[in-house]
Design a protein around this ligand. Structure first.
Ligand code: ZN
Length: 544
């Protein structure tokens, strides 16, 4: 696989210049900022695998590394997580409270809204949508760079559309993401770089061939313990990420997917001459395979081990490509959220409270029981097992109050529920401040709260309760307010600067102002939630 990636890069960089100009001495601002998000890359995985990394992730680990980074909010999903990375804001400010919320005022039959869609586009639904940035309420770093420096380019390449949209924002020059079949864009009026067609052809050829299984090194093979999943009887844990020819789902959950995303990103750097313009450029890359591997096999088995070691090599190849390009670049690395391992495997490893969620906790089942109790027809509650739960708009007046009171009591009485809050309870507290390690569950919920989009009730399950019952497709997930989902690594790297290991707890919302300071970009309105981190790559933060 590594050879294939190198071959793809070599093809992309066939006409690259061999000359490497000397690097300026920092703290001259870098000419290219590369921001890499590894989807579902928890700080737990970072801590565990860091000694195993030898290439790209090892190099980034030699920068300024915060092993206690926090996606500080409660709803630790991909869309909100990516929305914090380059805006400097928490989801309560970005407006991206979850991957999907409910808007009962919509005229279309599907009242759910996908975070990166235009729900007013005719003929769409939350699952068959038109990609859009309209729900993101704030500017991104790339947007701010373009406002300050019109020559600056804002580019995003991703395995997922929502990651590309949330990291680039409202003024992207190029934004390409995988649609299940090929890399596509939602932008119009921009010239399509030639590298897109070449990358798509290379990926199509890769996908059409079978994906060979990877050879596990001893560190991975010692994790190869088969686990039988409740619900489906499926066995995972000892896989090698092999897939059949043409299996797009298997491709997505393999290192080939990230290799393809990185190859396209490298091609963009080359063709657009990123880092060589009149102003600094931004390249955001979101690598999605780790998330698909985590969902399919859980993050604790041989499969994740193979994925992460391969990803280390792939990022190494990508950074080597940037080195050869001669561009003065800086890298920031983080993740949109962490993840929880399979309850079956956790229990075998001594985590005795790990369990799959009680099916009776689904909003549909809860709503049905409450409807019967209160003699109300209809669905009553809409939502999932946890997170935002909405009272159906047909329930009004005194009935709505009765449903709310009963639902809060029923949720709170359940042994798997840690907390249930009404929207009124969440709305009335101040946004949290101080270290994200000390926040209450209610404060975490406040950081995920938007008055127009949040549910009437927010439900939080106890630690190690996996909100997946049916395991034939996905076995594990994230989304909770617990640290296995909230804590992520945040690393800043630039050539020639010495390593610094930081233990202080910081937020992913701190990444944007830190990078802005590195670029010498003043942050005017709107004010942000995050703060510039001092002593990062020779950074000098503006006076607060
Ligand atoms: Zn994610």
């Amino acid at each position: 696989m590594r050879l294939k990636f190198l071959a793809a890069l070599a093809a992309l960089s066939a006409n690259a210049s061999a000359a490497t100009p000397p690097l300026p001495v920092p703290p001259t601002p870098p000419r290219l900022l590369v921001v890499i998000s590894i989807d579902q890359f928890s700080a737990d995985l970072w801590d565990e695998y860091r000694p195993q990394f030898t290439r790209g992730l090892a190099r980034l680990g030699m920068g300024t590394v915060f092993r206690n980074g926090y996606q500080s909010h409660a709803a630790t999903e991909t869309c909100p997580g990516h929305s914090t990375l380059l805006t400097g804001d928490r989801p309560s400010t970005t407006g991206i409270i979850s991957n999907m919320w409910l808007d009962q005022s919509l005229s279309r039959s599907d009242k759910f809204v996908y975070c990166a869609e235009d729900p007013l586009a005719p003929g769409t639904s939350s699952t068959s949508y038109k990609v859009s940035d309209k729900h993101l309420r704030v500017p991104t770093l790339g947007d701010r760079m373009k406002a300050a420096w019109p020559g600056s380019r804002n580019v995003a390449i991703s395995g997922k559309d929502r990651a590309a949209v949330m990291m680039s924002g409202h003024r992207a020059d190029q934004r390409w993401y995988w649609n299940g079949n090929q890399f596509v864009t939602d932008l119009s009026g921009h010239t399509t770089p030639q590298v897109v067609a070449r990358a798509n052809a290379a990926v199509a050829a890769m996908l059409a061939a079978p994906g060979e299984g990877l050879q596990p090194p001893p560190f991975c093979s010692q994790k190869a313990q088969p686990v039988t999943l409740e619900g489906s009887g499926k066995v995972v844990g000892a896989g090698t990420l092999a897939r059949a020819a043409g299996d797009a789902t298997g491709f997505r959950a393999s290192p080939q997917f990230d290799a393809s995303t990185l190859a396209l990103a490298a091609g963009m750097v080359q063709e657009m001459n990123l880092g060589r313009g009149s102003s600094p450029d931004l390249l955001a890359v979101s690598l999605s395979a780790t998330d698909y591997v985590g969902h399919t096999y859980g993050p604790g088995g041989q499969e994740m081990c193979l994925q992460l070691l391969e990803l280390d090599r792939e990022i190494g190849d990508f950074l080597s490509f940037l080195d050869r390009s001669g561009v003065d670049y800086a890298v920031a690395l983080s993740a949109d959220h962490g993840g929880l391992d399979l309850p079956e495997r956790l229990r075998a490893r001594g985590v005795t409270d790990a369990a799959r969620v009680d099916p009776a906790l689904s909003a549909t089942a809860m709503g049905k029981r409450i409807g019967q109790k209160l003699s109300l027809a209809g669905p009553v509650l809409i939502g999932d097992f946890s997170g935002d739960v909405y009272i159906d708009q047909s329930v009004r007046g005194a009935d709505r109050t009765r449903v709310l009171t009963t639902a809060l009591a029923d949720y709170r009485a359940h042994t798997q529920v840690a907390a249930a809050y009404s929207r009124e309870q969440i709305a009335k507290i101040a946004p949290p401040s101080g270290r994200p390690t000390g926040w209450t569950l209610l404060q975490k919920a406040r950081a995920s709260f938007d008055p127009e989009r949040s549910g009437d009730i927010v439900v939080m399950l106890k630690p190690h309760i996996m909100p997946i019952v049916e395991t034939s497709r996905y076995a594990a997930t994230h989304g909770s307010p617990w640290d296995y989902d909230r804590r992520v690594p945040i690393a800043f790297w630039r050539k020639g600067l010495s390593p610094s290991a930081r233990e202080d707890a910081v937020e992913t919302a701190d990444i944007m102002p830190t990078l802005a300071a590195m670029l010498g970009l003043p942050l005017g309105a709107p004010a942000i939630d995050g703060r510039c981190l001092d002593n990062v790559l020779g950074n000098v933060c503006p006076a607060r």
